[in-house]
Ligand binder design. Structure first.
Ligand code: HEC
Ligand code: HEC
Length: 309
């Protein structure tokens, strides 16, 4: 009996079409109509005009051909890039820019990872930071200006809220300003949640086991030059990041202990993080994955030598 249907091509076509339609309805249309299936994250906001302008440039320049914007829920990915991507993060992305190829690293958690000035210099010349980078230089983006009318139309089309002041503020902004503004917001709906409530970072009172070790000083200098110099300057007096040789540490007067330095270098500083009662502004990347314990203690020995301590 069951075999009979194969001998009736018209009936077979109709039955198979019905089966496929039922499947399509159940797996596509029902989820599309059910709002619970596409959640928005609490911290997620529609793009501002400048951020949207940056997103358009990201798309135009095909950054997504080399960069993904989605961290898979796999241990290795989470260790490298941070919290895995949530469905609700992309509610305002038309279209989403997940990409599928990683010539460069994933950018899903790039927002607030570095200060703005870092992005400007990296976009101008990636090889200044990574001599073997094959990312093109995008310094020429600062020669073209954002067109306020075009962005207004795009905001209207997407139904994103904006004020007249936001549009006036676009005057004089370059494409480079816009792409930095966009990069700085990517993924922050999730990372902000992680540090929400200004949780204090707990620092155990430990001594630097390598203090006074001349080998650590030599090793620390190399580690500093490779990882820290671009942001904190040749002699530690600051550049993109703050000075490490003055008496202001994490925005407040007064030095911190080696143990505090250790935690800052290991975990980085994110906006809203509280360390020893001081609120961080963010922009200091975490080095816990790149540097081992001895390397972190060594670079602290080197910082102390720059401070003449
Ligand atoms: C040909 C491939 C390629 C293209 C196109 C490309 N990148 Fe990259 N990108 C890379 C590589 C490789 C790296 C890693 C080395 C480096 O930082 O320069 C990188 C690194 C980055 C980083 C630093 C990531 C981190 O976590 O340190 C950012 C931000 C970035 N790219 C943004 C962009 C933007 C924005 C565009 C488009 C305007 C773009 N990239 C286009 C290959 C590319
Ligand atoms: C991408 C730029 C960048 C790099 C690279 C970087 N830092 Fe930082 N660092 C910052 C910024 C920005 C802050 C300030 C963050 C804040 O106050 O919230 C900071 C703060 C610090 C602080 C706290 C001192 C202070 O005055 O606030 C220490 C210590 C520190 N960095 C050490 C290091 C070391 C060691 C390295 C290399 C292993 C390093 N940093 C690499 C940007 C960077």
């Amino acid at each position: 009996m069951a075999g009979e249907i194969y001998k009736k091509p018209v009936l077979f076509a109709i039955v198979s079409a019905v089966v496929i339609l039922v499947g399509t309805f159940a797996t596509m249309f029902i989820p599309m109509m059910t709002s619970g299936m596409h959640p928005k994250l609490e911290n997620l906001k529609p793009y501002t005009p400048l951020q949207l302008a940056g997103k358009d440039i990201y798309q135009r320049e095909g950054c997504n051909n080399c960069h993904t914007q989605t961290v898979r829920p796999l241990r290795t990915e989470v260790m490298r890039y941070g919290e895995y991507s949530k469905a609700g993060e992309f509610a305002y992305d038309y279209p989403f820019l997940w990409g599928s190829k990683r010539t460069g690293p994933d950018l899903a958690r790039i927002g607030k990872k570095y200060p703005d000035a870092w992005h400007v210099r990296h976009m101008e010349d990636p090889r200044k930071f990574y001599p073997r980078s094959n990312m093109p230089s995008y310094g020429w983006l600062k020669e073209s200006a954002v067109d306020p009318d075009e962005i207004r139309n795009h905001m209207d089309a997407l139904g994103f809220p904006y004020s007249e002041d936001d549009i006036t503020a676009l005057k004089g902004k370059t494409d480079l300003d816009a792409i930095v503004a966009y990069l700085q917001v990517i993924g922050t709906a999730v990372t902000k949640q992680a540090v929400a409530g200004g949780e204090s970072v707990i620092v155990e009172a430990v001594q630097n086991p390598l203090a006074g070790d001349p080998n650590a000083l030599v090793a620390g200098k190399d580690i500093y030059e490779e990882n820290c110099l671009d942001c904190h300057g040749e002699d530690g007096s600051g550049d993109i990041g703050p000075s490490l040789i003055d008496t202001v540490m994490v925005k407040a007067e007064g030095d911190l202990s080696d143990a505090h330095y250790y935690v800052i270098i290991e975990k980085g500083l994110d906006e809203g993080m509280i360390i020893e009662g001081r609120a961080a502004e963010g922009g200091m990347p975490a080095f816990g994955e790149d540097l081992n314990k001895d390397e972190i203690w060594s670079v602290i020995v080197y910082i102390r030598s720059m401070q003449k301590k």
